[in-house]
Design a protein around this ligand. Structure first.
Ligand SMILES: Nc1ncnc2c1ncn2[C@@H]1O[C@H](COP(=O)(O)OP(=O)(O)OP(=O)(O)O)[C@@H](O)[C@H]1O
Length: 452
């Protein structure tokens, strides 16, 4: 018969209720009772004394903490300092002793070699509670305050001098910068606030294939705009220090890839927005919170309901709508907030659907046409896939650069001009990446099939 059926179960005792308020009380009092009664051997007595010491020391530290003056640093969930601190905490030994943890699958962003780690590695962080830890000889407390979808962090130290807290955050910042080198941080809108959504590896701009003259022109323009003397130059003339680009062309021609590469080249963060699911008010707030020197990427602006003025006149009661209106967008683009070094990139597949007001100079200073693959683009794509890189022998066949150049020209001559997007051509080539000869011999039948 088990204990319950046998009647030896008495329900929650008075002792266990006290335990809820003072964890460990019943054990401590039982040990104290045994000690005082003197009916323990010396080893058990030592153990009991030590246990009681640890228990009381815990309460004493908390008590001292509560009555003493403390310095605190608050870190908001929506600030990048949160990412810095969370990354640092994940590698600290005190995490192993934390009583309340959140488990997360460590994103591949922080794993340089995808094959060197186990599948879906986990990372643990303290969650919803207070945690004591030592930092450079100082005892600190990390408080994790969970509210709905977010968690704000606080770190406190005894005493009114916050220097130790500042140096901890500074160390987190340095670690974070080291870990995010050669990566582009992409921020997105989360409930009306910017939040870092992912890290993308930097893609060299040379791998985005387009007309060389067009590419050089826009790269030169961006270089000049970001030159360190330029901010003063704009300020002296009273011109808002911002630049806008409109990238237009069919899907799969490299507009997004180019934007990311540009961010990587200039070590800028990208702030990306879907205009179709935010209001004018949210858009205004998000633009006001942009940091200086960044890229704002508005993708597919034509699909966001901010097309031509004549087609949206009926929708001007924007506050009741969830999508941004044309006038709302024009207001933030012209607004005085967030002008310090802001590069705006708008992309569209249909420039003809956009209102003149949106694409006039000042809002779109340069319009860049991303075209379907012509002979030149196809040749370069072929070369990108099959060129032999030093120390890299991933192909079965041996061929030198000259052979690849010749095959590339052959390949491009068999493709019709401006029918396929670079994305389609690249996809075809990647399927045959083991042999450039297969790519050349298979292209005509692929074209014939694709045209049907
Ligand atoms: N010009 C190009 N050079 C190199 N790669 C390209 C080019 N165009 C497209 N690609 C490849 O095709 C894929 C899709 O490209 P991307 O998303 O940049 O196109 P997009 O023009 O932004 O398309 P959409 O208009 O649908 O957003 C990417 O993986 C990219 O590597």
């Amino acid at each position: 018969m088990d204990a319950i059926n046998g009647g030896s179960y008495h329900g929650p005792s008075q002792m266990s209720l006290i335990d809820i308020i003072f964890p460990g009380f019943s054990i401590a009092s039982a040990s104290a009772h045994q000690l005082l009664a003197g009916n323990l051997d010396s080893y058990t007595r030592l153990l009991c004394t030590f246990g009681m010491f640890v228990l009381f020391a815990r309460y004493a530290v908390r008590y001292i903490w509560e009555i003493s003056e403390a310095s605190t640093i608050y870190v908001s969930y929506y600030d990048e300092a949160y990412d810095m601190l969370v990354d640092w905490i994940a590698d600290q030994p005190f995490v192993h002793n934390a009583h309340s943890l959140i488990a997360r699958v460590r994103s591949t962003q922080r794993t340089n070699n995808l094959y060197s780690t186990k599948k879906k590695p986990l990372t643990f962080s303290p969650w919803d509670g207070s945690f004591l830890f030592w930092y450079n000889g100082h005892l600190l407390v990390l408080h994790c305050d969970v509210k709905e979808h977010r968690e704000d962090l606080r770190i406190s130290s005894i005493g009114l001098n916050a220097n130790i807290l500042k140096s901890l955050i500074e160390e987190c910042r340095e670690n974070y910068i080291k870990n995010t080198q050669r990566k582009v941080s992409v921020f997105e809108n989360r409930e009306g606030e910017w939040k870092k959504a992912r890290l993308r590896p930097v893609r060299p701009i040379s791998t985005v294939i387009m007309d060389n003259e067009v590419k050089d022109d826009i790269l030169r323009d961006v270089d000049e705009f970001l030159d360190q003397d330029m901010q003063g130059w704009y300020a002296e003339r009273g011109i808002p220090y911002k630049r806008g680009y409109l990238l237009f062309g069919p899907p799969g021609t490299g507009k997004s890839s180019f934007s990311l590469s540009l961010a990587g080249k200039h070590e800028l963060d990208i702030y990306t927005l879907q205009l179709s699911n935010i209001s004018d008010t949210t858009l205004m707030r998000l633009f006001a919170e942009l940091p200086p020197r960044c890229i704002v990427l508005l993708e597919d602006v034509d699909t966001a309901g901010v097309g031509r003025r004549d087609s949206v006149d009926a929708d001007q009661d924007n506050e009741s709508k969830s999508a941004v209106t044309l006038s709302g967008l024009l207001n933030v683009l012209d607004g005085v907030s967030s002008q310090e070094g802001r590069i705006l990139i708008m992309t569209t597949n249909h420039i003809e659907h956009l209102d003149e007001a949106l694409i006039r100079p000042g809002r779109s200073d340069k319009k860049v046409h991303f075209k379907l693959a012509d002979q030149n683009i196809s040749t370069q794509l072929f070369h990108t896939v099959f060129k032999q890189l030093p120390n890299q022998k991933q192909c079965n066949e041996e061929y030198d650069d000259e052979t690849v150049q010749g095959l590339a020209r052959d390949f491009a001559s068999k493709l019709p001009e401006q029918v396929f997007s670079p994305a389609e051509v690249l996809s075809f080539l990647l399927e045959r990446k083991k042999s450039p000869y297969d790519a050349v011999s298979g292209v005509e039948s692929w074209v014939a099939k694709a045209k049907c």
